[in-house]
Design a protein around this ligand. Structure first.
Ligand code: ADP
Length: 590
């Protein structure tokens, strides 16, 4: 049960000053609390034997006041230190989680659901934080404080009475540990259910348009109701055990009081105990109730903290499946990338049962443009992603400047890239901020910004946005059309003027004419830099230096536009069909 404390020992070591002060003050405050009942007991005995005078009353009052004032200060300080620590550990662990999330590759996000990850960063970290705050308090109170009380009662009042009155204690300890085991299991279940519920909320909100369009609100509602019911049931299951704690404690402490009073009266009657002693004893017995509760709370909190810490630990333990070459092993490559070469590249996604790329070979000199064509699902995205190193590499070799890319420092590698994925993502910020996000240094000039905007043919659209460049987009602002989003994403990639630009079907929602302009702009502004364009619309790549046509992960055809046309295969057929369509719609949207 206390393993959770050892799992957090790194934190206690780091914050040792804070915890040393808190623990020492807790002990002092315990000792201070023991004195008043003793003073009261003595006074009662003094009254009883008629030895009470004004002088001794005044002394007692002064003593009590002093103790109260000291306790005030001490209690404030340990509380402040201890519960402050709880927030510190929460923050530390949350930053650690975030850092981890940022380092993780797509495989991690395919295996872990977003809602679960969010539950980790909120609910579970709160449980850990409780352990480091309230957990330590209950730990101290149920051990040291209880021992102090018991010793005081034994030494200063009566060992016989103490022994008798604490007889119900072992029963309590046994029951509490049984409850603790139950709670642990049920709490884990409840946290898991909470994770699933988070997922449900996320999915419903992000899919709200689809749900509405298919009139699935009712279905979504009842599905969600089932999920919340599950969370409720599992939390109720926790509460049911939680609720057992208090009545159990009440009965057992009631028994203690009964023994204390009954046997105590007997001892007084037989002159083995003074009345003042009996009064003090009962006050101590009352004080003993909290530490006994604290045992229960302690087990409860430690179990929860442990369960949560384990969940967080499992997630933090995920090793990225793409190893980063360490400083020494990292190959020496120039600041600027040279030719890109694929040699017999065969690749399969971790969750796929077939090869998604097979024996792909081509070479792209710096400054050249590669067109990637093929039907949906043929592997165009997969090919581009090979350069991003998001997944563990397959067979064959991918080199840039003759160096295998898995030996190139990842930061350097990525500093070369500008990448516009198929599904673009805009942050809920202004258009300007979204575009500037692409300039890694963050200090792109206004001129560069305007250049990127004009290359991606965005000026026209900006006029119609309520605040132009300063319009907030996304969840909290204006919704952009698919084509607008794509062009903002392209501007974001262009602003850094990357050495290697990868467009993955990045203009699918833009009409053919605009696409032609953008492709033309890109060609003009990117002289001498490498570009990879995957697209459905072949007109966008007809000027490319080299075109590969993929089919089920293999290169089915390759060559220049003219070569492919004369080959008379899929490319020719597709190109001609698109020309006919384009003429029919007079250059309108495809
Ligand atoms: P394209 O971009 O040409 O439309 P993709 O490269 O996206 O095609 O997909 C190629 C194949 O890889 C498809 O059969 C797809 O189902 C599969 N695939 C894509 N992404 C993953 C993934 N993350 N895990 C498993 N299979 C995937």
């Amino acid at each position: 049960m206390l393993t959770v404390l050892s799992k957090l020992s790194w934190f206690f070591r780091q914050e040792w000053k804070r915890y040393t002060i808190a623990v020492i003050l807790l002990v002092i405050s315990g000792i201070l609390e023991i004195i008043p009942p003793m003073l009261v007991g003595r006074s009662i005995d003094a009254i009883n034997v008629g030895g009470m005078n004004w002088e001794s009353i005044r002394l007692t009052i002064v003593q009590l006041l002093t103790i109260t004032a000291a306790a005030y200060l001490i209690n404030f300080t340990w509380h402040y230190k201890l519960f402050g620590g709880a927030f510190v550990v929460e923050r530390l662990m949350r930053s650690r989680l975030m850092r981890h999330f940022l380092r993780m590759t797509p495989t991690f996000y395919e295996r872990n659901r977003t809602g679960d990850l969010m539950a980790l960063a909120t609910n579970d970290l709160q449980a850990v934080s409780q352990t480091a705050g309230f957990g330590i308090l209950t730990f101290m109170d149920s051990t040291l404080w209880m021992a102090t009380l018991l010793v005081t009662m034994t030494v200063f009042v009566s060992w016989k009475l103490t022994l008798a009155a604490i007889l119900p204690l072992p029963i309590m300890a046994i029951l509490v540990s049984i409850y603790g085991k139950w709670i642990h299991k049920r709490f884990m279940d409840a946290q898991d259910a909470f994770g699933s519920m988070n997922d449900g909320v996320l999915e419903t909100i992000s899919g709200i348009r689809v749900i509405r369009a298919y009139v699935q609100e009712r279905a979504a509602e009842s599905k969600f109701a089932a999920v919340t019911k599950d969370v409720l049931d599992k939390n109720i299951a926790v509460v049911r055990i939680d609720a057992l704690f208090e009545p159990t404690m009440k009965i057992l402490t009631g028994a203690s009081y009964l023994i204390g009073l009954g046997y105590g009266a007997y001892l007084v009657y037989h002159n083995e105990l003074t009345i003042g002693g009996l009064v003090a004893f009962n006050v101590y017995l009352g004080m003993l109730i909290w530490p006994m509760f604290a045992i229960g709370e302690l087990i409860n909190i430690m179990q929860r903290g442990n369960a949560s810490l384990d969940r967080v630990g499992t997630t933090l333990g995920w090793k990225p499946d793409v190893a980063e070459p360490d400083g020494k092993a990292a190959a020496k490559v120039g600041e600027e990338p040279g030719a890109i070469e694929f040699r017999g590249v065969t690749f399969r996604y971790p969750s796929s049962s077939v090869d998604n790329l097979q024996d792909v070979t081509f070479k792209l000199k710096p400054g050249q443009t590669l067109g990637i064509a093929g039907r949906t699902g043929s592997g165009k995205t997969t090919l581009i992603k090979q350069l991003l190193r998001e997944y563990p590499g397959g067979e064959g070799q991918i080199t840039i400047s003759g160096t295998a890319i898995d030996t190139i420092n990842a930061d350097l590698l990525k500093s070369w890239y500008g990448y516009v994925p198929q599904e673009q993502f805009l942050f809920s910020r202004t258009v300007r901020a979204n575009i500037l996000f692409g300039s890694r240094s963050g200090n792109a000039t206004e001129e560069e910004l305007l250049q990127a905007i004009s290359s991606s043919v965005l000026e026209g659209d900006l006029q119609f946005l309520p605040k132009g460049l300063e319009t907030t987009v996304g969840e909290k602002g204006v919704s952009l059309s698919g084509g607008q989003k794509q062009r903002v994403s392209i501007a974001r990639a262009l602003i850094a003027d990357p050495h290697i630009l990868m467009l993955d079907d990045a203009l699918s929602a833009v009409d053919a004419r605009t696409e032609a302009i953008i492709v033309d702009n890109i060609r003009k502004t990117r002289a001498g830099k490498t570009t990879l364009i995957a697209t459905h619309r072949l007109s966008a790549i007809q000027e490319a230096d080299w075109i590969v046509v993929l089919d089920e992960g293999r290169i089915a055809e390759q060559g220049t536009h003219e070569q492919l046309l004369s080959l008379g295969g899929w490319y020719k057929e597709q190109y001609e069909r698109q020309q006919v369509d384009a003429n029919r719609s007079e250059g309108g949207e495809l």
